[in-house]
Each structure stands twice: as C-alpha cells, then as structure tokens.
Design a protein around this ligand. Structure first.
Ligand SMILES: *[C@@H]1O[C@H](CO)[C@@H](O)[C@H](O)[C@H]1NC(C)=O
Ligand SMILES: *[C@@H]1O[C@H](CO)[C@@H](O)[C@H](O)[C@H]1NC(C)=O
Ligand SMILES: *[C@@H]1O[C@H](CO)[C@@H](O)[C@H](O)[C@H]1NC(C)=O
Length: 511
C-alpha cells in the first residue's frame, strides 16, 4: 500500500492543485493549436484544386486522350484518330519481385468421370495448351478427342485401402486430396508451385502468377482463401484453403506433404472433404494459410453481380461453383458468359472486374464500374464506402437471404424504386493500338424499372456506356488502390463515356 500518498500534507495538495491547473492550461493550448492546424489542413483538402493546377500536375499518362468527343464517337470508324498530344511513353516495365513464370506452375485439377463432358468446358476456358503445365486427375478413363486443348489426363491411385468414415461426404475426397502428391510424383522439372483446383474452377492464370510472384517459392507456403459462408468456415475452418477456389503450395512444402500425406490421411478418416484433409496435414506441419482473397470458392447461389461488382482490391485469381450460380452475363449461358468475360481478361487481366467509383456531377448519379464486366448507375449519391461493399444479389449456401451468413460485409439490395441500379453489361471490347487504349462498349440491360417519383434525370435514356482504359499490367507491383473513373463530356444523351485508370494526385471519388 502506498501510504505516503494518503498522508501527504496540505501544502502538497495545493501544489498538486496548481500543477493540475497548469496541466489543464497546457492541454487547452495544445488543443487549440492542434485543432486550428487541423481545420487549416482540412480546408486545404476540401478546397478543389484550381483547374490550371490540375492540368500542370497531370502527367502524360494520366491525361485523357479523349478530351475531344468527336474523336471518341468515331472510334468504330477505325481511322487513325487525330491526336493533339504526343503519344505517351510506354510504361517502364518493373521487374517482378520474383522471376516466376507460367512454366514454373504445375496445375493439379481434380475431376470426376461422370461430370467430365460438361466440366471440361470450364477447363478449356483457361487452359493454354503448350503453356500451362499439369494434369487432370480422374477416377477412371474417359474418351477424349485429340486437340481438344485440354491438360494431360491421369487416373488417380487406388484409395480403397484408406479409411473414410464421414457419413455426409464421399470417398472421392481421399483421391482428390492426394492430387497434390500425385502431381508432384509426375516429376515435372523446374516446378516452383503446385496449384490445385476443381474441374469447375476457372483460373485467370496471369493473376495466379501475379499473386504467387509475391512469395518466395523456396519457402513453405500454403496460399488460398476461405469460403464466403461464415457457417462453412466455422464448420470446416477459417484456417483452410477451400479446394474449389483453388490453392497453391510451394515446391518444398509439396515435398513435405508428399512424404507424409498418406500417413496423415489415415489419422483423419472422419473428415468430410479433400481440402480439410490437406489442412489437417498442414496443421501437422505447422504451416498456416496465407490468405489471398482473389481465390473464390463462391459458396453462394444466384447472381454473382453483388460480388463481382465490388471485388476487393486484389487480382481476380479464380471463380468456382459456376454450375451453381446464375450465368454472370444474363443474356448468355454459363460457358458463353465466361468466354465473354475472358475477352476482357485477354486485354487487361490485371484489371479484370476491378472496381472504380465516380459521380456524374451534373445529373447526380453514382457510377460503379467493374472493369470488363458491368457498369452500374444509381440515381443520387451513394458513398464509396457503400459502393465497395457487395450487395446481396445472391443467396447463402443454405439458399437463404441472411446477412449474418457471410464472412465479410454486405449490404441489402435496395427496395426503393428510385435506387435500383441501371446495369450496363460489357457487350463488346476492342483494343485501340494507336492510343494504347481498350474501348469497351457496355449496353443497358433492359429490365422493367419500377416507377420512380424522383424528378431528377433518369439513366433510362442512356443506352450505352463506353469505357476507356489503358492496359495496366504492372498495377499489382504497387500498393493496392482502386482505379479512378471520370465521366467524359458527351454530346449525345444516349451515350456516356467513362475513363478508367490510375488516380491523379489528390483525386478523390467524391460528388
Ligand atoms: C465522325 O467522323 C466523320 C468523318 O470521318 C464526321 O463527319 C462525323 O461528324 C464524326 N462523328 C462525330 C459524332 O463527330
Ligand atoms: C475534334 O477533333 C476533330 C477531328 O477529329 C476536329 O475537327 C475538331 O476541331 C476537334 N474539336 C475540338 C473542340 O478540339
Ligand atoms: C483397388 O484395390 C482393391 C484392393 O486393394 C481392389 O479390390 C480394387 O479392385 C482396386 N480398384 C481398382 C479400380 O483397381
């Protein structure tokens, strides 16, 4: 007990009082000084930069080459457009942190013979014969045509000797979890990473590479992502990479797994799937999951618009459960939809479905671009913190619309008739070599719009949104940041031109 403090004489008390007074005065002074500084700084931020300032700050790369509207409208004429400014210098191509290339990745795809004819179409979408390496692992032989553009087909080893006691799951989980070891045993040369996926997983291979290039393949890495479903993650594990979304294992770690996996599997006969078996072995090796949110398990039903319209600021690596969700382009079937999305992937894989947010200041519209996929236009001002949150256009894994079901924030689909977004899906896209610019034509998805009493201008008249963007393959070598977009002047009220690209200094998504 500190008795001295209690028995302090009155003189000490008064000096304590006066020192408290001094303390208060000092703090007040600091507060006044600090807040005046804050106000001053805030003013500076709020003050819009004079336009001359902007143009001097603008570097060549940032300036819109489409200031002249007649030039934009004529893009389809394929004439060399008159450019008033000199063409921008090519972007210096920054070295990757690592020199990993596509040839260093071995894919191991888990497939089953009974779904093969349907599912192989998903594999064909992303597989690059002669470039991507790896194999598809099946339970038994299937007939395939030559030159189908598919990976080598292998038959998995016999797992009938392994124990499997889970009542809900299927024994094939054993076979599928061994795909890692079996792919390693193929003995391919010069492999740095093993990437596992299902037959209904679609990879954006450049982005697989971009993500893996951040890590040293000589270390032990287990990279992937969780389920969208909070309940699934509780039931399985938040520490597990979901197999359908795909996951990557570095070479030395795959070597370790290969040595112990068959013993490890026998210790967990009660587990459900293949991916939880992998995670159980990872836990024995003490290697945690490195999360990369671009891998998508998509344990949801319905429309992916909410998720693909507000993707986290990270490269899109994979899509899964494409048989379960609705076609991503409503006018096309599932496979056609993905082929269509891949037209944009081919032009700028790094930016595929990356979001940008801007406002039409004259018409009071909020605009959210999911590059290469869809533009959404809303009446009124919706803040970026709302727009970057996925809307629940989908149902959870139990086919219910329950907002507590997800492992991330979502927002409801608005019921207000005036707040329903107008959707412009990517219709056609082409690359203008002269300007080094991708020109995407997005057409309004004609659906009945509910009656809205607001007197403000409606996007109903707007039929086409033309999105202009320069390919930016090195964007992920910088710190993650959402692209900026800007509404360009347009003469016709049925068209809107939007520029998408790297934000200028001081550029803010604000109305
Ligand atoms: C397109 O170009 C033609 C000439 O090539 C021109 O007459 C026409 O006005 C242009 N269109 C627009 C919308 O400016
Ligand atoms: C726009 O470009 C056209 C040629 O493409 C040119 O004739 C016209 O003068 C330009 N307009 C402006 C405002 O620069
Ligand atoms: C797998 O092995 C078991 C016994 O070890 C055998 O009975 C079965 O026929 C084998 N299956 C295949 C497909 O070879």
């Amino acid at each position: 007990m500190n008795s001295a403090a209690i028995q302090r004489p009155p003189i000490g008390l008064s000096s304590l009082r006066s020192s408290i007074t001094w303390l208060i005065i000092t703090m007040l002074t600091i507060y006044v000084l600090y807040s005046s500084k804050l106000i001053f700084n805030k003013r500076q931020l709020e003050c819009p930069l004079p336009s001359s300032d902007i143009s001097t700050r603008q570097n060549v790369e940032d300036s819109s080459p489409f200031a002249n509207e007649s030039a934009i409208s004529n893009y389809s004429a394929q004439e060399p457009a008159v450019s008033t400014t000199a063409p921008p210098p090519p972007l210096p191509s920054l070295p990757l942190r690592d020199d990993t290339e596509l040839k260093h990745i071995a894919f191991g795809i888990a497939a089953s013979s009974n779904l093969w004819d349907k599912r192989k179409e998903y594999i064909k979408l992303w597989w690059r014969p002669g470039e991507t390496r790896g194999a598809v692992w099946l339970d038994k032989k299937v007939s395939t045509g030559r030159n189908e553009g598919l990976p080598d087909i292998k038959i998995s080893g016999n797992t009938s000797e392994f124990k499997y006691t889970n009542r809900q799951g299927k024994r094939s989980a054993l076979r599928i979890s061994r795909v890692v070891s079996e792919t390693l045993r193929l003995g391919m040369k010069d492999v740095r990473w093993f990437v596992m996926g299902d037959d209904d997983t679609v990879f954006v291979v450049e982005n697989v590479l971009r993500v893996l290039s951040k890590y040293d393949h000589n270390q032990y890495y287990y990279i992937g992502s969780s389920s969208e479903s909070h309940i699934q993650n509780i039931f399985f594990s938040y520490a597990m990479a979901y197999g359908g979304g795909g996951f990557a294992i570095s070479y030395p770690l795959a070597l370790e797994i290969e040595k112990m996996q068959d013993r490890c599997i026998q210790r967990y006969p009660g587990l459900y799937g293949s991916d939880d078996r992998i995670q159980a072995c990872m836990a024995e090796l003490g290697v945690p999951l490195t999360r990369e949110p671009g891998f998508h398990q998509y344990d949801v039903y319905g429309n992916l618009l909410g998720l693909l319209g507000a993707h986290p600021v990270t490269p899109l690596v994979s899509l899964h459960h494409l048989d379960v969700v609705a076609p991503i382009f409503p006018q096309l079937n599932r496979v056609q939809s993905l082929h269509h999305l891949f037209e944009s992937v081919k032009q700028d894989s790094a930016s595929i479905i990356q979001q940008s947010i801007c406002y039409d200041k004259k018409r009071y519209w909020s605009i959210s671009v999911s590059w290469g996929y869809v533009v959404q236009i809303f009446r009124g001002v919706i803040s970026p913190r709302e727009l970057e949150m996925p809307t629940r256009t989908f149902l959870n894994w139990y086919k219910r619309a329950d907002y507590t079901a997800y492992a991330f924030n979502t927002r409801p689909v608005t019921k207000h008739p005036c707040q329903k977004p107008f959707l412009y899906y990517m219709g056609s896209t082409k690359y203008d070599e002269g300007r080094n610019q991708i020109i995407g034509v997005y057409s309004r998805f004609k659906e009945s719009s509910p009656y809205c009493r607001w007197t403000m201008e409606s996007p109903e008249k707007l039929n086409t949104v033309i999105v202009l963007k320069r390919p930016d393959s090195s964007r992920w070598q910088k710190s993650p940041r959402r692209d900026c977009c800007r509404v360009l002047p347009s003469k016709r009220s049925t068209n809107m031109y939007i520029w998408v690209g790297k934000c200028r200094m001081g550029e803010v998504s604000e109305m």
